[in-house]
Design a protein around this ligand. Structure first.
Ligand SMILES: [Fe+2]
Ligand SMILES: [Fe+2]
Length: 154
């Protein structure tokens, strides 16, 4: 079971996986409306999710979760380096979503990257937190997440 402090992040991950699948299907022409109209709709949906959820989500990971995990030792360091590169790649790609050129490929690749990124965090990173975190650490993380994520009370 997920550690309670990580639930807001896992909640975003759950929605992110569904969106990632829609982006890939849209790019493959498996969801209506087909063609540019559908691609644009999906691009807008991704851009909205990015602004509303992933911007604060990445901030919570980069400012709170990753530094805490690094403080536990070297185990998570190479993984965090890769995850940070993914964040940068997604920030760059989202900036291109308003451009119609190669939108299908861009959406497919974004969906693919978001899904792989989320699965690595859920399968590789979160277990390190769950193994190492102390009750005080968990409480501090929860408070910091609440400030950054600014989500309604759960
Ligand atoms: Fe992340
Ligand atoms: Fe995440």
């Amino acid at each position: 079971m997920r550690h309670p402090s990580l639930i807001p992040l896992s909640h975003d991950h759950h929605h992110g996986l569904a969106l990632a699948l829609r982006c890939r299907k849209q790019a493959l022409g498996q969801i209506k409306p087909m063609g540019m109209e559908g691609l644009k709709t999906r691009a807008e949906e991704f851009a909205r999710f990015f602004t509303d959820n992933l911007v604060p989500h990445f901030e919570a990971e980069e400012k709170v979760l990753f530094p805490l995990l690094r403080s536990y030792g070297d185990e998570s360091v190479p993984l965090i380096e890769e995850l940070l590169k993914d964040h940068e790649q997604m920030r760059k790609s989202v900036a291109l979503l308003s451009d119609e050129k190669k939108l299908g490929k861009l959406l497919y690749d974004l969906g693919d990257l978001l899904e792989r990124h989320i699965r690595r965090e859920e399968r590789e990173l979160f277990p390190i937190f769950e193994k190492q975190v102390t009750p005080d650490g968990a409480e501090a993380v929860k408070k910091e997440f609440d400030k950054i994520l600014n989500r309604p009370e759960r």
